[in-house]
Design a binder for this molecule. Structure first.
Ligand code: ADP
Length: 332
């Protein structure tokens, strides 16, 4: 799923409404990004100009959508939300562009999925707040010019490399969102435990953080599950033992890997003898899309040095064999 679901909740951000920060100062981590945004926002507001277009990239669940919704809140303006996958023809863009009010935000998630034909309309919209639409064909063709209100486009992508240079260059502000540290996620868990009115001991919060793959969305998902577990099995108090039992029960291991992550490693090791193996072959064997693997599973496995990517394909590292308690091949 493009939303970074780990299969734990049917819809990962379903009960996240309460937990999603509404202001920059409520966000954990990403201090540098927040400082730069504050300056850009402050300057734009002083000059009574719209904020320059912003591009966020990084793996799912690290806060791209959160930033996109917090920025208009900081600026006291409105936001329209679109998804690149839903903008398959230029006409799909029109309702959004004609609805932008002055200095408002248009957010396009998964902007790398916007097709080339639509992308070209974004160029003039971003640059000159204008779109030119050609109606009819041949000698009957005529061009309609629409003036747009000055607005801010915020794009989010898990695949910065897939954006064309002309599109990427039209974003004045480009920010990469990186993984969160254990301390930052511990802080997040403790703050959100308060919002959910549940008692979580410090060590338990740290354990949930450690098993959340450096990702706020997963920390929130895990916290929701641990809360349910504690309320039914442990008088509502989350000790480290309760957190461990709850997470073990849904197959989240010591490193924070879930069943799909382990299934990936097991497939690579058992079926492909540890690799090298192409992504497509692994995806076919697991019966999931290669996009899901590349967006949601591999980034953390790579970062944890459980796999490496080579030109010949993916290879499981010694650490992966050890983690799954499997014998590495002798000659590796
Ligand atoms: P993305 O758009 O990158 O996939 P989201 O912005 O939807 O990620 O983040 C997923 C959830 O994680 C959000 O609903 C929010 O509650 C939480 N979250 C993400 N980043 C932060 C942060 N920096 N501080 C606090 N909560 C965060």
């Amino acid at each position: 799923t493009p939303d970074g679901s780990d299969g734990l909740n049917p819809s990962p951000d379903e009960n996240d409404g309460k937990l999603r920060p509404t202001r920059l100062d409520e966000m954990v981590g990403q201090r540098d990004v927040i400082e730069r945004l504050k300056i850009a926002i402050g300057a734009a507001m002083r000059r009574s100009e719209p904020l320059g277009h912003v591009l966020f990239d990084g793996p799912p669940g690290l806060g791209k959508t959160t930033f996109a919704t917090v920025i208009p809140a900081e600026m006291g303006t409105t936001i329209q939300m679109a998804n690149g996958a839903g903008l398959s023809a230029p006409k799909d863009l029109l309702p959004y562009l004609t609805n932008v009010s002055s200095h408002s935000v248009l957010f396009i998630d998964e902007i790398h999925r916007v097709p080339k034909a639509v992308e070209e309309y974004l160029y003039t919209a971003m640059e000159d707040y204008r779109i030119d639409i050609v109606l009819g064909e041949g000698v009957n063709a005529r061009t309609l010019n629409f003036e747009l209100q000055p607005f801010t486009l915020i794009g989010a992508t898990t695949r910065a490399g897939m954006l064309s240079a002309p599109l990427r260059d039209r974003f004045q502000i480009r920010e990469h969102l990186g993984w969160y540290s254990e301390n930052q996620l511990t802080d997040l868990v403790l703050r959100n435990a308060k919002k959910l009115s549940i008692e979580v001991e410090q060590a338990a919060a740290a354990e949930i953080a450690r098993r959340s793959r450096s990702t706020p969305r997963l920390a929130n998902n895990r916290l929701h599950w641990v809360r349910d577990y504690a309320q039914v099995r442990a008088k509502g108090i989350v000790t480290i033992g309760v957190a461990r039992d709850a997470l073990d029960m849904i197959g989240i291991d010591r490193l924070g890997l879930d069943k799909q992550d382990r299934n990936y490693l097991e497939t690579l090791i058992r079926v492909f003898a540890g690799g090298p193996s192409g992504l497509e072959a692994i995806a076919h064997t697991m019966n999931v899309s290669s996009d899901t693997l590349e967006d949601e599973v591999e980034p953390f496995l790579l970062r944890s040095e459980l796999i490496v990517r080579t030109r010949r394909g993916r290879i499981a590292t010694t650490k992966a064999f050890e983690h799954l308690k499997m014998q590495p091949p002798l000659n590796s």
